[in-house]
Design a protein around this ligand. Structure first.
Ligand code: S3P
Length: 425
């Protein structure tokens, strides 16, 4: 992909459906009783991997663009797959599906791509094993290929060392079919889409501070789900609106779940000209329209409880920081090392190629602004969010940028480059 800098970005737009919510809608629909209808679904590669896996588990799923209908099999109705379950690039698919398979008394074998093969699974396989599930894989169950045979699980009280929506959700999914109560405590609050959606499926979920509990042997009842726009996708255009000269963008119907809005806090702290309009708080997941204009940004410090609320946005925040006056420090973000790529390394290395003043630290990065970026040949390394961050960087860099492996954006935002092009006309 070759891209040149743009004069401005202007327009009213929507971003595709939220990835986390889209995955959950299919999985919960699959283990529910009755039909689930989903609108605003994200037809990106990751969520299509979830559909593919649950079809192989015997669930009837009809998908057309952003509309999905699932005929639920019930929590004990999944069937032994005849083929290997391939999650592609999707960490959410593999970790949540392990939870869903915890109560299936049959054998499943799970693989993914090269990136998945490096991502740690023990954070999920250890608690699931404690619940009574038989799981194995490379390095004592830490890496794919994994095999799992579910069983008669019993509830656990688990304290997770990491704030992770995937870990929390996998254990809660396993707990749904377990004997007794299952609870998960975490160091900071991670995204709570699972808790919200389970309630929409009729499950009784207790939330007490940083601990979430459910009683086992509860049934899910099929429902209708409207997926809002993904704030993690909107983040690329919010940043673009703030750093590309003369820009003004409105992004409609963006998910505003407070466990995901760290990027809004950061934009405000950096001094961005951002307004939130038409906020709707009645639905399971709140949403709003976001309006952003070219802004003068300043460097800030980002760490602590804010990190899980913006973990996927750190690549684009790093780019923004190169255009802010002063220093931005990102800390407490060691989790970045185990994302689709080691995002401390990929962000720092790719932005350095463009002339950014950025250095890696043990748990984050330090960026000194403001720097003029100069186009170069860069690489997504197969990481969708690195590909999109570099796409936005090309809008402000002087010269022509070559982005290798730009296809990776299909994982969460298939039309990303077309939309970017349209807004620049
Ligand atoms: C996700 C949780 C986060 C996030 C990922 C999606 C989810 O991962 O980075 O993109 O849908 O639960 P962790 O649970 O590893 O923090």
């Amino acid at each position: 992909m070759k891209l040149s800098h743009v004069q401005r970005l202007k327009g009213v737009m929507k971003v595709p459906g939220d990835k986390s919510i889209s995955h959950r809608s299919v999985m919960f629909g699959a283990i529910a009783e009755g039909k689930t209808k989903v609108t605003g679904f994200l037809p990106g590669d990751d969520c299509l991997s979830t559909i593919d896996c649950f079809r192989k588990l015997g669930v009837n799923i009809h998908q057309e663009d952003d509309y999905v209908e699932i005929d639920g099999n019930g929590i004990e109705g999944l069937k032994e797959p005849q083929e290997v379950l391939d999650v592609g690039n999707s960490g959410t698919t593999i970790r949540l599906m392990l939870g869903a398979l915890a109560n299936t008394p049959f054998h499943s074998c799970i693989i993914g791509d090269k990136s998945i093969a490096k991502r740690p699974m023990k954070r999920v396989t250890v608690p699931l094993t404690e619940m009574g599930v038989a799981i194995d894989g490379r390095a004592e169950g830490n890496f794919t290929p994994l095999s799992i045979r579910g069983g008669n699980t019993k509830g656990i009280q688990y304290t997770s060392p990491v704030a992770s929506g995937q870990v929390k959700s996998a254990i809660l999914l396993a707990g749904l079919g377990a004997e007794g109560v299952t609870s998960v405590s975490e160091p900071h609050k991670s995204r709570d889409h699972t808790e919200r959606m389970l309630q929409a499926f009729g499950v009784n979920v207790q939330v007490d501070g940083l601990t979430v509990s459910i009683e086992g042997k509860q049934k899910l009842k099929g429902t209708n789900i409207e997926v809002p726009g993904d704030i993690s996708s909107a983040a690329f255009f919010l940043a673009a609106g703030a750093i590309v000269p003369e820009s003004e963008l409105t992004i409609q119907k963006v998910g505003m779940n407070p466990t995901r809005t760290g990027i809004i806090d950061v934009l405000q702290l950096m001094g961005a000209d951002l307004s939130i309009e038409n906020a709707q708080n009645e639905a399971i997941e709140p949403f709003a329209d976001l309006h952003i204009k070219k802004s003068s940004l300043k460097g800030i410090e980002i760490g602590g409880e804010l990190i899980p609320r913006l973990i996927d946005e750190i690549p684009i925040i790093a780019l923004m920081a190169t255009q802010a006056e002063g220093t931005t420090v990102i800390k407490d973000a060691a989790e970045l090392k185990v994302k689709e790529t080691n995002r401390i390394d990929t962000v720092v290395n790719e932005l350095k190629k463009l002339g950014a003043n950025i250095e890696a630290t043990e748990d984050g990065m330090i960026i000194h602004g403001k720097t003029r970026l100069v186009a170069s040949s860069v690489d997504s390394h197969g990481d969708h969010r690195i590909g999109m961050m570099l796409g936005i960087a090309s809008c402000i860099a002087t010269g022509e940028m070559t982005i290798n492996n730009s296809d990776a954006v299909r994982v969460s935002y298939p039309g990303f480059f077309d939309q970017l092009n349209e807004l620049s006309r």
